[in-house]
Design a binder for this molecule. Structure first.
Ligand code: NAD
Ligand code: TDX
Length: 369
């Protein structure tokens, strides 16, 4: 029984006060994971993030004052820097989230995705393996490398096709998905070939606080409150499976704690919505919370725009394995999760302004003041 988190996992990762190296902890999901680790466990966190356009000190502000959180601004492609961090911090586990994460951007600038997602994962694996091999037996037994990935590696589903399982063949379509698929394969190979103790998870679309406003939900919120067109690609018929980010953070910790070495776990919200359904729900929440906006009802702003090239029609996750093996289930239903998310953005417009002032963000999204 895990003495630390018995109520959550009953697991075997489990000594108190371990040190977890999280990559990408200044981003959306990484920062939610760190908040979870600091609030719900007593592990220490070393956060390695290069602060790309989507990672921000403003996102870290909620966690930076914890003595259990150490921030290292570093690029995971820098092997020397990683070696120094592993040697000085001696982590008990790695949770690897650092990545370029936006599909549209991968279509415009794929090189960054090859570099961070593939080369960066390779560097991290090499550093972790050298560190693992040089560790004593007790540390090696405990060590885990958890690679955080996406459902997009499985490609697109037909409208009525069965949801993705852990044995669905990889068929990535966008440069982003291809780079994540490549990184998943590297992680698997480092386990099979070199014996690195890895676990993998592949999750569906996350939503919640601190998501960079290039992604559908925060982008639509910011456009809608300004009375600007809400861009819906194609006819809005594409389907995504939505999961509240705090549920993902808990799933990640369960996989780290209790997941079987070498296994992958699909994580999803069992909440399939077409983009148009989702945007209409979002507009209805905004109508309640912002009745005095320039254009109300906000749904009047929905505008069909040119589709994303190679746009995957549908994603859906079969989360049976993580539910049955690890007892994880999402706890936040979509409607309350969406209300929470909208309220957070409306209360944190200053954060939105800060993170969209960067080189890429404001111009491409049309969100600069
Ligand atoms: P994000 O873009 O919000 O955050 C990514 C973070 O990684 C940023 O803080 C960025 O600065 C950092 N980063 C990028 N390249 C780096 C590098 N070379 N070195 C160090 N740091 C670097 O992304 P997110 O939505 O939080 O996604 C986190 C992870 O989860 C990604 O691996 C993504 O593929 C995966 N994922 C995301 C979703 C989703 O819906 N957002 C779903 C499933 C899986
Ligand atoms: O302006 C928009 N209009 C629109 O119709 C944007 C930004 C998106 N869309 C559509 C495209 C998708 O079908 O909405 C859907 C969601 O788009 P994104 O928020 O860009 O997410 P998606 O492409 O599905 O990928 C996300 O989920 C899986 C994350 O960005 C990935 O990192 C994650 O792996």
């Amino acid at each position: 029984m895990c003495i630390l988190c018995a109520q959550f996992c009953g697991g075997n990762f489990g000594e108190a006060g371990l040190k977890i190296l999280v990559t990408g902890g200044a981003g959306f999901i990484g920062s939610a994971l760190i908040r979870y680790l600091l609030e719900r466990t007593d592990h220490d966190v070393v956060n390695v993030d290069k602060l790309s356009y989507s990672g921000s000190r403003a996102t870290l502000s909620a966690i930076n004052n914890s003595p259990r959180h150490l921030f290292e601004q570093q690029d995971i492609c820098d092997g020397d820097a990683l070696e120094r961090i592993f040697a000085s911090q001696r982590p008990d586990a790695v949770m690897h989230l650092a990545a370029e994460s936006h599909v549209d951007r991968s279509i415009d600038r794929p090189a960054d995705f090859i570099q961070s997602n593939i080369v960066g994962t390779y560097q991290l694996l090499e550093t972790a393996l050298a560190y693992f091999r040089a560790s004593d037996e007790k540390a090696r037994k405990r060590f885990r490398f958890h690679h955080i990935s996406t459902d997009e590696v499985y490609g697109a589903l037909a409208p009525e096709g069965p949801a993705f399982t852990e044995t669905t063949a990889y068929a990535p379509n966008s440069p982003y998905a291809a780079s994540k698929a490549a990184s998943d394969h590297l992680v698997h190979a480092w386990h099979r070939t070199y014996g690195l103790p890895v676990v993998l998870s592949n999750c569906s679309n996350n939503y919640g606080p601190f998501q960079f406003p290039e992604k559908l939900i925060p982008l639509c919120i910011l456009k809608a409150i300004r009375g600007e067109p809400i861009p819906v690609y194609g006819r809005g018929e594409n389907v995504r499976d939505w999961l509240f980010v705090e549920d993902h953070a808990e799933a990640l910790y369960r996989v780290l704690s209790d997941g079987r070495i070498g296994e992958r776990y699909n994580v999803g919200g069992d909440c399939e919505l077409s983009n148009l359904e989702l945007v209409k729900k979002l507009c209805a929440v905004l109508d309640e919370q912002r009745p005095d906006d320039p254009v109300v009802p906000h749904s009047k702003l929905i505008t069909y725009v040119t589709d994303r090239p190679g746009h995957d029609f549908r994603y859906a996750i079969d989360a049976g394995k993580i539910q049955n093996e690890l007892g994880w289930r999402p706890t936040t239903d979509f409607e309350p999760g969406l209300h929470k998310t909208v309220s957070w953005y409306l209360d944190n417009l200053e954060w939105c302004r800060t993170v969209t002032q960067g080189e890429y963000a404001g111009e491409r999204l049309g969100l600069r003041d």
